[in-house]
Write a protein that binds this ligand. Structure first.
Ligand code: ITT
Length: 175
């Protein structure tokens, strides 16, 4: 059985449900790993895979890239969530008209060089809204919608960056 190495229970739950919808059961190795600092999520994934001592596993690194902030927090998304959090992001965005942002997810699998990427575009909300999801979901409104991901987790599960990266991954697995 393929196992997902992640310390983040929310990420695991979402991946488990999405993979189950494809008829694939996954296991969980609930462990963090030292993330190599790099400029892109793809690099973080490729470098992190080199130091993970397991076979038949995959990892997923994700982040939110805010255009008006030059892509911040991007590869620093986990750090920012533990420090200034959503109120800090909204403060940085005060008076900023261009609210465009994207969530990115990249999956890498042990023993493979290929990575699988998913992106969802949207906008940063003006306030924190919704109880569902996790992380930046209460401040992210997907393109063409009104509700944040936290207000509409069902919609999130259909279009999220994680969903799209996992769909790519499953397509590859079934080839
Ligand atoms: P692992 O590295 O152990 O897998 P992590 O929580 O550190 O867990 P990441 O390095 O991928 O995970 O950090 C991504 C951060 O981006 C995460 O802490 C969340 O704050 C945010 N994030 C990722 N996916 C998200 C999503 O679907 N909704 C909201 N925020 C998300």
């Amino acid at each position: 059985m393929l196992r997902f190495v992640t310390s983040n229970e929310n990420k695991f739950r979402e991946a488990r449900d999405i993979m189950a919808a494809h008829g694939i059961e996954i296991g969980w190795i609930k462990e963090g790993y030292t993330e190599v600092q790099a400029d892109t999520i793809e690099e973080v994934v490729r470098e992190s895979l080199k130091i993970i001592p397991y076979e038949d596993v995959f990892i997923e690194d994700s982040g939110i890239f805010i255009r008006a902030l030059g892509g911040f927090p991007g590869v620093y998304s986990a750090y920012v969530e533990n420090t200034i959090k959503n109120p800090g992001i909204l403060k940085l965005m005060e008076g900023v008209e261009d609210r465009r942002a994207e969530f990115v997810s990249v999956i890498g699998v042990s023993g493979e060089d290929k990575v699988f990427k998913g992106v969802v575009k949207g906008n940063i909300a003006h306030s924190i809204r919704g109880e569902g999801g996790f992380g930046y979901d209460p401040i992210f409104i997907p393109e063409g919608r009104e509700k944040t991901f936290a207000e509409d987790p069902e919609y999130k599960s259909q279009v999220s960056h994680r969903r799209r990266a996992l769909d790519e991954f499953v397509r590859y697995l079934s080839e």
